[in-house]
Design a protein around this ligand. Structure first.
Ligand code: FE2
Length: 375
């Protein structure tokens, strides 16, 4: 009894030291931000809202800010070969550099996490313009990735001081709502190190563990643990490779990204049939699961509101847990290297991650790896 009484308040304190209001934005460091910005507008239906670069007083880099409902992406490129962003691109290709978290107090977020062992990346900094001020700070996480803490209390500008409003092509949104989860791949043996980091440094809790029995096919395997913050708004699954007969997708990622990094970003929609239908029309490619997946789908997941035919036509997967079901689909990598990809997810009660689809998805990824000669 005493133990329970003692442990409970400590858990509450751990949840409180880093209150997170959501994902503020995700920043990609890319080779050609101007062209990437067009891809996200034309294919994913984002609206170009802001820009920073030489024309706005930023001499060494450009950034484009894109928005669709609560999903905000920043695309950044360096302008000289020795620039940090250019060097990052040479080594890693296009990839996620920053997962920015929305907080009430970026100074405290920095102090609390650094005190608990986080490696500082950016000291708390306040920048201002006519629309108010934004305070930010950052700490390192796996690979070259950082978490920025963004405090934008009372800021009424378009994104941040230093950025100017910018319009692009007419936005045709496809119903992307918010970032559901962001998954990291780490080196063999590092998963538990990073789970511990999120638990001890950021006050997250371990939500679910998947071992190689859950996530394996005849050839390849991986292990995954999901950590989540106190209010559940932020969920980070972390994968590491497991022993298999052939090279796992995680090893392939690490071979090409050259370090741990973000593997996929899951974006929520309220109408996955509409969202995926539009993405397919606009040329986005998805992983393919065989038609036989749908033969006994209803036996596996029970009654669902959607008709099977459009799900089958679009190759959307379904899984059920104790609380409901979810629909999901995965794109192929969205840059030349087989690294970052997207998941589109619609939750109908389920809070899980589609464990029942892992095998079918793994086999689909293996078919892609075989085509690339990397299996
Ligand atoms: Fe996912």
């Amino acid at each position: 009894m005493e133990t329970i009484d003692l442990v409970k308040p400590i858990e509450d304190i751990q949840q409180d030291f880093l209150p997170l209001k959501g994902t503020d934005h995700i920043e990609f460091w890319v080779g050609n931000a101007k062209q990437s910005a067009y891809y996200y507008q034309a294919a994913f239906g984002f609206e170009l809202v802001a820009y920073a670069g030489p024309e706005t007083g930023l001499k060494d880099r450009v950034s484009y800010v894109l928005q669709q409902n609560k999903v905000r992406f920043v695309l950044t490129s360096g302008l000289q070969p020795d620039h940090e962003v250019s060097q990052h691109h040479v080594l890693h290709g296009d990839g996620v550099k920053v997962i920015a978290l929305w907080v009430d107090d970026a100074t405290q977020s920095f102090k609390q996490t650094v005190e608990r062992g986080a490696k500082p990346a950016v000291e708390p900094t306040t920048i201002s313009d006519d629309f108010g001020s934004v305070t930010f700070s950052a700490i390192h996480t796996y690979g070259e990735t950082i978490h920025k803490f963004i405090e934008r209390t009372n800021y009424t500008g378009v994104f941040m001081p230093g950025f100017q409003a910018k319009k692009g092509i007419e936005a045709k949104p496809i119903g992307l709502q918010y970032v559901d989860h962001a998954v990291g791949n780490v080196e063999l043996g590092e998963m538990d190190i990073w789970v511990k980091f999120y638990e001890e440094v950021m006050g997250f809790k371990l939500l679910i563990t998947f071992d190689d029995k859950d996530i394996s096919t005849e050839y390849t395997a991986l292990m995954s643990k999901v950590v989540s913050n106190g209010n559940g708004y932020i969920k980070f699954p972390i994968n590491e490779p497991a022993a298999g007969k052939k090279k796992s997708q995680i090893e392939e990622y690490l071979d090409f990204y050259k370090t741990g990094g973000v593997q996929h970003i899951a974006i929520a929609t309220h109408d996955i049939i509409e969202t995926v239908g539009e993405l397919r029309k606009r040329g986005i490619e998805f992983l393919y699961v065989p038609d036989t997946y749908y033969d006994d789908l209803l036996d596996r997941v029970g009654e669902i509101e959607e008709d099977i035919q459009p799900l089958k036509d679009l190759n959307i997967l379904v899984d059920r847990d104790d609380e409901g079901y979810l629909l999901q689909i995965f794109t192929k990598p969205v840059q030349d290297r087989p690294t970052v990809f997207y998941e589109i997810i619609q939750r109908r009660g389920a809070k899980s991650f589609g464990k029942g689809n892992f095998k079918a998805l793994f086999e689909a990824i293996e078919r892609e790896q075989a085509l690339r000669g990397t299996l």
